[in-house]
Design a protein around this ligand. Structure first.
Ligand SMILES: [Zn+2]
Length: 263
């Protein structure tokens, strides 16, 4: 793509390499002045869409641009394990058991209609100290919905989670990570940050326990937000092994809110 965004470093390197010979003295000064202006004006993550009206859907599996949060600070060896699409009887409870046995916390991005269907399980998640996030009411691709309908999906879920668990989500994850940047104010306006992740276990495709374990262990780093699903039986089968291996590697488990807002 000819109009692809160019990183500040790359731009400055190309600028520097074009400054040669007699023009070098003034060229360097100009480049330095420009660099200072760019440093002040250009955010670290810049995309071509910021100045254009064209919405840019987030494509699942890609590194998300702002305002989507993909990971936390790498200070300390902390990570946030997240589970989407529950609560699911027979799966969520097994994951809760494994976390409880080890005294660990995680974040559960719940689907509103599943909270209504299994309120006791949703209450157990809250009672055991985990964070509950909003994952819409019916799990649609929000980027293809009108804003009003997207807002309703999010609000209905928020109301249901508050009513059932007494916990008000401050984190929102769009299903399929399909959300337009210009839809971000819908979530922000309801007091929620938009959470993606930097490790996708791909457990939704049921690739086998060994593959799920391998993906997570190979990709988890300090500050990671790991995406799993608590409607995935394979994940429930291998979660104890995953937790033990990550503990062996010295990771501390925190909720997403704690990871992105360290106290
Ligand atoms: Zn989902």
């Amino acid at each position: 793509m000819s109009d692809a965004p160019v990183s500040r470093g790359k731009f400055l390197r190309s600028l520097g390499s074009s400054m040669t010979g007699a023009a070098l003295g003034t060229g360097v000064a100009v480049a330095q002045a420009l660099a200072a202006r760019l440093a002040a004006a250009v955010p670290e993550v810049s995309t071509a869409s910021t100045s254009m009206a064209q919405p840019q859907p987030v494509i699942e599996g890609t590194l998300a641009p702002n305002p989507f949060i993909s990971r936390g600070s790498s200070e300390g060896k902390r990570l946030a394990l997240t589970f989407d699409d529950g609560p699911m009887p027979g799966v969520t409870d097994r994951i809760l058991d494994a976390l409880k046995q080890r005294g660990l916390v995680a974040t559960f991005f719940m689907i509103g209609e599943r909270v209504s269907a299994s309120p006791d399980l949703a209450r157990r998640v809250a009672a055991e100290g985990h964070e509950i996030g909003n994952h819409t009411f019916t799990h649609p691709k929000l980027n293809s919905l009108p804003d009003q309908q997207a807002a309703l999906e999010i609000q209905q879920t928020q109301d249901t989670i508050v009513e059932v668990t007494q916990q008000r989500p401050v984190c929102f994850r769009p299903p399929f990570l399909a959300f337009r940047k210009n839809q971000a104010p819908i979530a922000h306006g309801k007091g929620m940050r938009i959470i993606c992740g930097d490790v996708d276990s791909r457990d939704w495709s049921q690739p086998g326990e060994a593959k799920i374990i391998e993906t997570i262990l190979l990709q988890a780093t300090a500050g990671s937000i790991i995406i799993c699903h608590d409607n995935s039986p394979q994940t429930a089968n291998c979660i104890a092994q995953i937790l033990d291996k990550l503990l062996e590697q010295g990771f501390t488990f925190v909720t997403v809110s704690s990871l992105i807002d360290p106290v």
